[in-house]
Every structure is written in structure tokens, then in C-alpha cells.
Ligand binder design. Structure first.
Ligand SMILES: C[S@@+](CC[C@H](N)C(=O)[O-])C[C@H]1O[C@@H](n2cnc3c(N)ncnc32)[C@H](O)[C@@H]1O
Length: 280
């Protein structure tokens, strides 16, 4: 396990993923009935953007830093910026919360959260950080086992962030298999799978497999900050959203092109959104 999220915290992919995730959590909370949030590859709770790792790459400067002082943010991105701001009371951007902290901050009394993280250091930090909160359970185990271990949940409503590091070649296939298990066990599970946009050939196969997988509704949302034929690093990223709550896609129609413009690193940023299965 070489991947450490501290090198990438707050970058363009985090902004894209976390803004949509937070909005989905808010939409789940329109009903008073409880829901359970699952984070299978949780990372840690908080990242220091002036720490050694984030300082070395400086990726957050082309991510959350570009939104920090703007006064024209669409609601979805204002929600993320404000959530990050609560951890930076001095107004200067220094700390960036990971997905477990962002969702923990928004959890209601009746909601619950299950986190899994395989790296022993991050799992230990998560455990001591959330130790006091009976709504939050931390497991040091393989995130791909989560669907089998915990679904269906008693609440009958679940939001699952599936956010692996994609260090291994078979990771897209493992994601697809565990999403199918989740839907077999609880058809209404809402899933957000994040994936990197690098190898177009691999992705084309993946899109086809997702379309043929028997998943109920799948919305594909993608954001590229550089041309996709650029061989350098992470050109962009996507989210496969299974059973996304309405009216997320209507909000994204205007919010996503705005983000693509703000986060573009060379030329114009690009975005797209379409249904790979089912529809609105
Ligand atoms: C992209 S990071 C997670 C970022 C986090 N979800 C966020 O948005 O703030 C991926 C994490 O998965 C962990 N990881 C890698 N393989 C895993 C596995 N099989 N099960 C659980 N966690 C794993 C890594 O240690 C890393 O912390």
C-alpha cells in the first residue's frame, strides 16, 4: 500500500468528489428517517495543507484554493467551501477535511457512519478521532468487503462512497463486483464510485461493463482539468453515481461547467454528464 492521500488532499479531484458527496448527503437528509453513510476507503479525518506531504505536491493550490476566496460559487461548491472553512477559523486555508470528517460534521443524531481503512496508521487515527461518537464505527479491513459485511442496513437507506487508490490493475473490476453485491443486497443503495481519468482504453471497457451490470440507475459525471490525451498524471476524474437523489443532476447542469472553468489547468476544462443505466 503505497498510496497516501495526504499528497493529494484538496486537489481538483477532491473538490469535485467532495462537493457532490456532500450535496448527496444533504439530499439524503431531506427525510427525517435515518440513513447510514459507508466509506469503504476512508483515508484519514484531516489533512494539513502546510504539512510535508501536501506541501511537496501543492496540489490543493489548483483545487480548493481556487474556490477559497470567490464570491460567485454555485450552492454546491459554497457548501463545500463553507464546510472546509469551519476547520480554518483564522480565514487562511490550512486544513482540509477528508470524506469521513466532512460527513461526520453533517451527521444528525439519528444517522450512522461506517468507515473502513486498510492502512494501519490512518485507521488508528480515525479510530481515536471518532472514538467519542457512538454513531461512528471504524474498521481496519478491506473496503471491498463492506457491502457483504454491512448491507442491507437496518435504516434501509444508505450512501456509500467507494474511493479506492487505484494502485492495482484490477481495481475497476473489484469496484464493479462490489457495487453489484451492494445492489443485490439492498437495491436502493446510493453509491458514489470515484475513478481517475487516465487510461482511455481501460475506461471504455469499464463504461460498457457498468452499462451491462444490471445496476438500476447510473449517472456518469466527469470533470477534466487538462486535455484527456495528456499523458501527465491525473487529467480529470469521474463519479459513477448509482441511484443518485433528485435533483442532483439538474443542479449539476449548471454547477459542473462552472467548476470546469474554475479548475482548468490548460485550455478549457471539460465536463460531461449522462446516464449509463436507467434515467431520471
Ligand atoms: C483516495 S484515498 C481515500 C480518500 C478519502 N475517501 C477522501 O475522500 O477523503 C484511498 C484510501 O484507501 C486506502 N486503501 C487502500 N486499499 C484499501 C482497501 N483494500 N480497503 C480499505 N482501504 C484501502 C488507502 O490507504 C487510502 O487511504
Amino acid at each position: 500500500m503505497n498510496y497516501r492521500h495526504s499528497y493529494h488532499a484538496g486537489n481538483h479531484a477532491d473538490v469535485f468528489k467532495h462537493a457532490i458527496l456532500l450535496r448527496m448527503a444533504t439530499l439524503m437528509q431531506r427525510k427525517d428517517t435515518p440513513y447510514c453513510y459507508l466509506d469503504s476507503h476512508a483515508g484519514t479525518a484531516m489533512y494539513d495543507l502546510e504539512g510535508e506531504a501536501a506541501g511537496k505536491t501543492g496540489e490543493y493550490r489548483d483545487g480548493i484554493a481556487r474556490l477559497w476566496k470567490r464570491d460567485d460559487l454555485p450552492d454546491m461548491f459554497a457548501q463545500l467551501r463553507d464546510a472546509v472553512a469551519t476547520h480554518n477559523p483564522d480565514a487562511a486555508l490550512r486544513y482540509y477535511p477528508g470524506s469521513p470528517q466532512l460527513i461526520a460534521d453533517s451527521l444528525r443524531e439519528q444517522d450512522r457512519m461506517i468507515l473502513s481503512e486498510l492502512h494501519p496508521d490512518d485507521a488508528a487515527i480515525l479510530r481515536s478521532h471518532f472514538n467519542h461518537d457512538p454513531r461512528i464505527a471504524v474498521h481496519q479491513r478491506d473496503g471491498y468487503e463492506l457491502a457483504k459485511a454491512f448491507l442491507p442496513v437496518a435504516e434501509k437507506r444508505a450512501l456509500w462512497l467507494l474511493d479506492p487508490p487505484f494502485e492495482k490493475e484490477n481495481e475497476l473490476a473489484r469496484c464493479l463486483a462490489s457495487m453489484q453485491i451492494a445492489i443485490q443486497r439492498m437495491r436502493q443503495t446510493v453509491i458514489a464510485l470515484w475513478y481517475p481519468i487516465k487510461d482511455q482504453r481501460l475506461l471504455r471497457d469499464f463504461y460498457r461493463q457498468i452499462s451491462d451490470a444490471g445496476l438500476p440507475k447510473v449517472l456518469r459525471v466527469e470533470l477534466n482539468v487538462r486535455p484527456v490525451d495528456n499523458q501527465l498524471g491525473l487529467n480529470g476524474s469521474g463519479l459513477m453515481l448509482v441511484n443518485p437523489p433528485w435533483p442532483l443532476w439538474e443542479e449539476l447542469e449548471t454547477a459542473l461547467p462552472w467548476l470546469a472553468g474554475v479548475l482548468a489547468q490548460s485550455g478549457e476544462g471539460e465536463c460531461r454528464m449522462d446516464w449509463l443505466a436507467g434515467g431520471p
